[in-house]
Design a protein around this ligand. Structure first.
Ligand code: ADP
Ligand code: MG
Length: 260
């Protein structure tokens, strides 16, 4: 197997006094499509921010290509790791094309303008995400599903090696969820993009991700294939519910319903 692209070694982090990420160790390899699962407040968003260098770990190491994140400049890091937040507060009425072009910022020097190349890359990112027809629209006006695709286009314009997405489908209906997940799947399969997604929907996670990492209270409970991770007893304990779990043995995906 190739060298890991991202490594967490005994990583701990606290916002205040109590750690919310506790001694987490994991390796992500190039080309993996990984889902991070766990109850609300379990530390998914915090973990993604630590991986993207948006938060600095208190203990342990976070390595990108075997070098500590802190060793990279902000700009260099943004050229390699794209972090896509859950919320997209947008106060100014930017047009969609402008938002996508903003993804080129890590490549521009101060006081220089975008070149033909930057426009080409942004254009390609819009094609991949099927947002070209939205170019002239105001970002504030497009639908939730379109917004998410625009934000992914902007992240793609960064030409990152890894994309960290915080619940990219949680606010969307099933049609848009599938649209976004299929775009990500294509990026993974055709461009070899390494993807880490915080997710809530266990069925979709098991359907799209090759590997799942289940966390609870800031610690990894299970890390493996969907079949290994999504087990009735484990989920009942972590989510504190009684469930019925149905497994599709063809693709390993699961369906969950309340036990009643
Ligand atoms: P998840 O994304 O799995 O819902 P989070 O990473 O957002 O979990 O949160 C993990 C824990 O950290 C929770 O207990 C949450 O209340 C706390 N937390 C998150 N963000 C902050 C913050 N900015 N300041 C203080 N505590 C926070
Ligand atoms: Mg979160």
């Amino acid at each position: 197997m190739s060298a890991p692209i991202l490594q967490l070694q005994d990583v701990s982090f606290a916002y205040q006094k109590d750690p919310v990420v506790k001694q987490v160790s994991l390796n992500i390899h190039p080309g993996e499509f990984v889902g991070i699962l766990g109850p609300n407040g379990s530390g998914k968003s915090t973990l993604l921010k630590l991986m993207g260098g948006l938060l600095k770990n208190d203990l342990g190491s976070v390595l990108f290509k075997e070098t500590e994140l802190a060793q990279y400049s902000r700009k260099r890091l943004a050229q390699s790791i794209a972090w896509i937040p859950q919320e997209h507060p947008m106060v100014f009425p930017f047009r969609v094309a402008e938002i996508v072009l903003m993804g080129r910022h890590p490549y521009l020097s101060p006081l220089t303008f975008e070149t033909e190349k930057d426009f080409d890359i942004a254009g390609r990112a819009m094609e991949i995400t099927d947002t070209t027809h939205l170019s002239g629209r105001s970002f504030n006006e497009v639908s939730g599903g379109e917004k998410q695709r625009v934000v992914i286009a902007s992240a793609l314009a960064q030409e990152p090696e890894i994309m960290l997405l915080d619940e990219p489908t949680s606010a969307l209906d099933i049609k848009y969820q599938l649209e976004v997940l299929n775009i990500l799947k294509r990026l993974n399969q055709e461009n070899g993009m390494t993807l880490l997604l915080a997710m809530h929907d266990l069925h979709l996670a098991s359907k799209f991700c090759q590997r799942l990492i289940l966390i609870n209270q800031g610690q990894i409970v299970k890390d493996g294939t969907p079949e290994e991770v999504l087990q009735k007893e484990v989920l009942e304990k972590v989510y504190d519910v009684r469930i019925k779990l149905f497994r599709d043995h063809e693709d390993g995906s699961v369906m969950i319903s309340p036990e009643s």
